[in-house]
Design a protein around this ligand. Structure first.
Ligand code: GDP
Ligand code: IMO
Ligand code: MG
Length: 439
């Protein structure tokens, strides 16, 4: 009964959604445990594209329960839009059993925190005020919502769906938020009514999905049902282990799959890291292997590297095994999945970073300070590329010899076995080297 965590090993957008969708046939439950609608997870099934922001990527497979765990921050309006869009396509339809009981394929933790309008306004205004020093957030209110969670002045889904509790909480919180908005950010305040009236209605609509999802997961574990924990963002965006302060506001690493969903570490059997065959990053912050030349442009164009959430062009560069080794360590990776290998077809030469030069020294480990990281020069090994289109390949030994060598080099430098290779956006465009669901 393997329960597996999937995490991004770089700066997000590694193809996590696609891989979760591929693995969903092996599981009964898919759980999101952190982040919010800053995530954009793309699934392509039979040529049709679906982008999910809050709903787990198990949504397109029937018989799977999708759980939004307590570690996620939820924008109720966006979530309702996402549910409606999926239901219009015939997904996430509640089922009635013989006893007439209704079961929903989507469950939301009563402990997940709610993104409120003041969170979004604070996120936007702070970024605007920071100007060139901005983080480049997605503007979705993610950071301010996690701040309130830690400050114990957040509103949870369990309170959103209870109008009396919501009223009580908002009466205390809104005056404090307004003081901050007015005096620190010079912004318009919110009236109690404008927030309460809208959010109590949204709460009513979401109420049927809200419950103690930790209990549901514990039952699933007892029944030996396979569970997939779907990470959002990537390891280098983790609030502790990433390029702080240019990070997101949650722990994106595998350890948080437990606290963010209410299961113990003993429930986890494996951790798979998704690694793009090159590197991308959206927003500000250090990125040692970034390319500012024609090659970077080519990667962006061929890889369609534009954000699935904000549409922003992604910064592109060579693969960085210093970043991958760091991800292997802090997540305890038991396997790596390489995505977008097809994008590298046609490049004459490829570069693999295996260390940084910093003040005359060679660094093999990812530095904890962004000042150090900004001053690092990547040390590259150059390997030969391949010309062939590999997007239809289904076996490792059918790959061009140079593609195999490229993968073997990455595996050796990262120190973790490659378990799957993805060669196109479609669900079918991948092949396994080792099935993590079989011993
Ligand atoms: P996520 O946030 O990690 O789920 O990744 P995104 O969905 O934001 O970005 C990954 C993009 O690459 C999406 O447009 C996917 O459809 C696409 N994609 C995923 N795997 C592959 C692959 O192996 N090859 C190609 N060409 N595209 C891929
Ligand atoms: P998925 O799950 C890529 C980045 C933002 C910004 C920083 C902080 O699709 O991989 P935030 O809005 O979270 O406060 O922004 O984090 N970021 C992502 N980059 N993929 C994501 O998610 C991201 N979610 C946040 O661009 O640099
Ligand atoms: Mg994404």
């Amino acid at each position: 009964m393997p329960n597996i965590v999937i995490v991004g090993t770089q700066w997000g957008d590694e193809g996590k959604g696609k891989i979760v969708d591929v693995f969903t046939e092996h599981v009964k439950v898919v759980v999101r445990f952190q982040g919010g609608n800053n995530a954009g997870h793309t699934l392509v099934v039979d040529g049709k594209k679906t982008v999910l922001h809050l709903i787990p990527s198990g949504a397109l497979t029937s018989g799977v329960t999708c759980i939004i765990g307590n570690g996620v921050v939820i924008d109720p309006e966006i979530l309702l839009e996402e549910i409606a869009a999926l239901q219009a396509k015939g997904y996430l339809i509640p089922k009635k059993n013989r006893k007439g009981e209704i079961s929903s394929p989507l469950l939301i933790s009563d402990k997940a925190h709610v993104i409120l309008p003041y969170h979004k306004r604070i996120d936007f205004l702070r970024e605007q005020k920071a100007g060139r020093d901005k983080i480049g957030t997605t503007g979705r209110g993610i950071g301010p919502t996690y701040e309130d969670k830690m400050a114990r002045m957040g509103i949870r889904m369990g309170e959103l769906v209870d109008p009396e509790l919501l009223k009580k909480r908002l009466e205390v919180i809104i005056p404090e938020k307004n003081y901050f908005l007015k005096t620190v950010l010079g912004a318009e305040p919110f009236s109690f009514e404008e927030v309460y009236d809208v959010y109590s209605e949204l709460g009513k609509k979401l109420a049927p999905y809200v419950q103690n999802t930790s209990i549901f997961l514990s039952e699933a574990i007892k029944k030996k049902q396979n569970i997939l924990f779907e990470g959002a963002q990537g390891t280098s965006l983790d609030v502790d282990h990433g390029t702080y302060p240019f990070v997101t506001s949650s722990n994106t690493v595998a350890g948080n799959a437990c606290s963010g969903s209410g299961v113990g570490p003993t429930a986890i059997n494996g951790v798979l890291g998704i690694a793009k065959a090159y590197t991308t990053r959206v927003g500000s912050g250090p990125f040692p292997t970034e390319l500012f030349d024609e090659t970077g442009e080519q990667l962006r164009k061929i890889g369609s590297e534009f954000g699935a959430t904000t549409g922003r062009p992604r910064r592109c560069g060579w693969i960085d095994t210093v970043v991958l080794r760091h991800a292997a360590r802090v997540n305890g990776l038991t396997g790596v999945i390489v995505t977008k290998l097809d994008v590298l077809s046609g490049f004459k030469e490829l570069k693999i970073c295996d260390g940084y030069r910093y003040q005359g020294k060679v660094l093999k480990e990812f530095p904890g300070s962004i000042d150090v990281l900004n001053a690092c020069e990547p040390i590259y090994t150059t390997v030969k590329g391949w010309k062939e289109d590999i997007s239809g390949i289904k076996k490792f030994n059918k790959l061009p010899a140079n593609a195999r060598k490229y993968l073997q080099k990455i595996e050796k430098l990262t120190g973790v076995k490659i378990m799957m290779i993805s060669v196109g956006p479609d669900r079918e465009q991948q092949f396994l080297l080792k099935n993590p669901f079989r011993a």
